[in-house]
Design a binder for this molecule. Structure first.
Ligand code: NAD
Ligand code: LMR
Length: 353
């Protein structure tokens, strides 16, 4: 009922009204990279969503924990979910397990891939994570195209700004819906909400800062003026707060000192996005910011803005709304950087069809 929705913090302001009437779903979800730093807690949080009937945990045989082990562990939760692990061997002759793993999936969450080390940019990860040989994103997205072409494929793997255009173009070429490829930027909203709540003393549940643009450096653009608490912050404090949100990922990378990037907060954020998608598929349209194929920003075919998820996945990509003068200037800076990062993704797609 409503209480469970609030507890799970599916943050749609306007859309949860009919959830009381909606029967829980029985969806199949896959977490690719499910044994990883994000993958394990994300698998846990998704296994706890009452809309999930089956969970596939997919990772490499050489992962830190075998995916079968993560699945055996999660299989003891006293919920309805059935959890299965699928291990991919890097041996060329090994059987492809992705068919069973992805068959009939409704949602595929992809936190597979290398995280950043101190001093690296997210862009430095592009060749590794989208690369030609054993490209994690490409391999998984191609398998989704084959085994679950209608699933929402939520890409956490960095750099989101370039990987999403590259993979959505791949879907276009296959005649599939490129809007099924969704870049996960929820963590930027989670951070902006948290920081605003800390400054203003508001209840974090009552703060809803849209973060538009993309997911790296200056492309991360919190729109403080559109929230009732954010809009009360003095103008002189906004540039530093804006920078704090932009740098939050790097702050975690530095604090982890070479041992990875945000995992737990990312799992929290990824699960929120995942639950929003499933709520939508189950008949309760739900809105979150996400980075998708978009026509809200002329010249930028991919952009983060509020997106409503419905019965068919991405239903509405919303315009960015009103900005104040500071935000209008910031938007220009975000657009210039994002343009280049989108182009890297499109170039990749053009040379890797
Ligand atoms: P991790 O190294 O802890 O886990 C990654 C997992 O992916 C590992 O278990 C690994 O075995 C698995 N993997 C690698 N190649 C694979 C393949 N071909 N098939 C299946 N599984 C494969 O890393 P992490 O900290 O969980 O981060 C994962 C990714 O998420 C990184 O690219 C990171 O930059 C990104 N990230 C994005 C956001 C965001 O806001 N979008 C936030 C945090 C991290
Ligand atoms: C984040 O924002 O925490 C992620 O994109 C990971 C990173 O590299 O900063």
């Amino acid at each position: 009922g409503t209480a469970a929705f609030v507890a799970n913090r599916v943050r749609s302001q306007t859309d949860v009204t009919n959830c009381e009437a909606t029967k829980k779903g029985n969806f199949k979800v896959c977490v690719c990279g499910g044994s990883g730093g994000i993958g394990q807690p994300l698998s846990l949080l998704m296994a706890m969503d009452p809309n999930v009937g089956e969970l596939s945990v997919y990772d490499l045989t050489i992962a830190m924990v075998p995916p079968g082990g993560v699945a055996a562990d999660l299989g003891h939760l006293e919920t309805k979910v059935k959890v299965k692990g699928y291990a991919k061997s890097l041996d060329e002759k090994a059987i492809d397990v992705l068919g069973d793993c992805l068959k009939d999936c409704n949602l595929v969450l992809v936190p597979a891939g290398m995280p950043r080390k101190p001093g690296q940019t997210r862009d430095d990860l592009f060749k590794i994570n989208a690369g030609i040989f054993n490209g994690i994103a490409k391999e998984v997205v191609e398998a989704c195209a084959k085994y679950c072409p209608n699933a929402v494929v939520a890409l956490v793997v960095n750099p989101v700004n370039s990987v999403v255009p590259a993979m959505a173009e791949l879907y276009k070429k296959k005649g599939l819906n490129p809007k099924n490829i969704v870049g996960v930027t929820t963590l930027d909203c989670v951070r902006a909400n948290k920081f605003v709540a800390e400054i203003t003393g508001a209840d974090p549940d009552d703060v809803e800062i849209p973060v538009i643009g993309g997911h790296a450096g200056v492309t991360i653009m919190p729109v403080f003026s559109q929230d009732k608490h954010g809009s009360k912050i003095p103008a002189k404090d906004i540039p530093a707060l804006d920078k704090h949100v932009q740098d939050a990922g790097t702050d975690v990378v530095n604090a982890k000192n070479g041992k990875g990037s945000a995992t737990l907060s990312m799992a929290f954020a990824g699960a929120r996005l995942g639950k929003a998608v499933l709520a939508g598929l189950n008949g309760t349209p739900t809105t979150e910011c996400a980075y998708v194929l978009s026509d809200v920003m002329p010249g930028l075919p991919y952009f983060t803005s509020k997106v409503t998820f419905g019965k068919n996945g991405v239903e509405t990509v919303h315009p960015i709304g009103k900005l104040n003068q500071y935000e209008k200037e910031r938007l220009e800076e975000a657009k210039a950087a994002l343009k280049n990062e989108i182009q890297s993704g499109l170039d990749y797609a053009a040379s890797n069809s």
